[in-house]
Design a binder for this molecule. Sequence first.
Ligand SMILES: CC(C)(COP(=O)(O)OP(=O)(O)OC[C@H]1O[C@@H](n2cnc3c(N)ncnc32)[C@H](O)[C@@H]1OP(=O)(O)O)[C@@H](O)C(=O)NCCC(=O)NCCS
Length: 172
Amino acid sequence: MPILIRRLEQNDGLKTFDCGDHRLNDYLKRHAWANQQQNLVGVTYVAADQSHPKLVIGYYTLATSSIPRHALPGELTKDLPRYQNLPVALLARLAVDLRFQGSGLGKELLRHALENVLSLSKQIGCRYLIVDAYPTAVKWYEKYGFMPIGETSPGGTQPMFLDVRTLELALQ
Ligand SMILES: CC(C)(COP(=O)(O)OP(=O)(O)OC[C@H]1O[C@@H](n2cnc3c(N)ncnc32)[C@H](O)[C@@H]1OP(=O)(O)O)[C@@H](O)C(=O)NCCC(=O)NCCS
């Protein structure tokens, strides 16, 4: 199935999207457009089958953020300037419709996100990519080199990170 991945558009077909998690469904249907167009707090990229280009079957959202230096392993940050907070890109959401899970679409979306972050890091300081992973997705992120940071958060998610300096190599 030839897939296209592009920025969310206002008239995209979102009604039938169901990844099995109501918070991720709800974000796409109710908040993603406003956050991208009016609030400028997150840009959403959607995946569609090229033969149904308006029907969204997966998405991810990117934003910028920062992370306290002490949250990261000391051996990784020892050669960085002594800033208290380090600039990061945040993979704020990532989800694939249940009908397409397990067919490589999540991997394609993640690859697209990594390419975006690599490109961003050449224009704006951005040393890490971070994600608050659902417990069920931790192993999935680990497959792509993300590493856990500290404890699980009160909401049950596991903060994880990937060093942008390793991305160029990983994407080859
Ligand atoms: C997590 C999610 C985005 C993965 O997308 P996907 O399209 O199902 O995953 P893919 O088909 O691209 O998976 C690629 C590989 O990971 C494996 N995999 C899939 N889900 C996995 C999981 N939960 N844990 C470990 N490995 C997993 C696949 O078997 C495949 O392995 P292979 O390359 O060796 O064949 C998707 O399952 C999803 O939307 N889940 C619900 C929402 C969610 O949890 N989002 C993450 C929020 S942090």
